[in-house]
Write a protein that binds this ligand. Structure first.
Ligand code: GLU
Length: 262
């Protein structure tokens, strides 16, 4: 039986600077995910991109700051995003399903159980659930009310469905000992067994791109969360979706955080 894997893909991997979808990369990612399903893996994809794709679709020159505008854009972009996923997966005769979550749902037991039951049913039918935060109802201004970024959402989902692995696709190769965008001698760290303050210090500050939220620190928090639950986490470059084969075959790419107790 193949592993149960949560893959997280961010806005900067899926879209161009103008918010339009990078079809070549998205199509390639969908093909690799279909192939991994054919190999016997059970996959769940956590996908960002709704807000950026909404911006691209409405040709907005920059990201608005007002919450209600962001929520409106997410409502537009989520449709487009799922439409394209449905189309690309459909080309390989695979089926996807949309699941939009809020922190409240994930943290409230009866609701959480409904989500788990739905996901398990979909996985048993070989359907790939695509999860995003339900941005139109998650209220940004209230601390603790939303995930804020999909890195932590992917970690909580991985824990909830007892995944074997979480793979976070990033726009860089993994965790470097210092910011590789500033220092040419930055070194990629391939394996980490304990995520402590010294590891967080290595993470470059802030969001990795103008379009997404997140950044390396939120990825480390996600890795810390899942590894404590016995789930292995890897951060790899999403520009080449075939990297997923390598990491699942335990080849040494990206940064892998060993699960506690493994
Ligand atoms: N849920 C947001 C979106 O789909 C993205 C959050 C994130 O960038 O992590 O646009």
């Amino acid at each position: 039986m193949g592993e149960k894997i949560v893959v997280k893909v961010g806005t900067s991997t899926l879209t161009y600077e103008n918010g339009r979808l990078n079809f070549r990369r998205m199509e390639n990612l969908c093909k690799v995910l279909c192939d991994l399903q054919n190999r016997g893996n059970k996959l769940l994809l956590v996908s960002s991109g709704a807000i950026a794709v909404g911006m691209g679709k409405l040709a907005l020159p920059e990201r608005p700051v007002e919450t209600k505008q962001l929520q409106a854009l997410a409502a537009v972009g989520q449709c487009e995003l799922m439409f394209m996923y449905d189309k690309f997966f459909g080309e390989y005769n695979h089926t996807v399903a949309q699941i939009l979550l809020t922190k409240h749902v994930v943290e409230t037991e009866p609701k959480q159980n409904n989500v788990i039951n739905t996901v398990e049913t979909l996985l048993n039918m070989n359907i790939l659930p695509i999860v995003n935060e339900n941005d139109t109802v998650a209220i940004d201004e209230m601390p603790g009310e939303n995930f804020g970024d999909n890195d932590m959402l992917s970690a909580m989902v991985a824990e909830m469905i007892h995944a074997d692995r979480l793979i976070i696709l990033s726009d860089i190769d993994g965790l470097y000992d210092k910011n590789p965008r500033q220092y040419s001698d930055a070194r990629l760290i391939t394996n980490i067994s304990r995520i402590d303050e010294s590891v967080f210090k290595m993470a470059a500050d802030g969001a990795g791109s103008k379009r997404g939220t997140g950044g390396m620190k939120t990825k480390l928090s996600a890795a810390q969360y899942v590894t404590q639950s016995g789930i292995t986490c890897s951060i790899i470059n999403g520009k080449r979706p075939e990297n997923l084969y390598d990491i699942i075959d335990n080849k040494c790419i990206g940064t892998t955080f060993t699960a506690s107790g493994k």
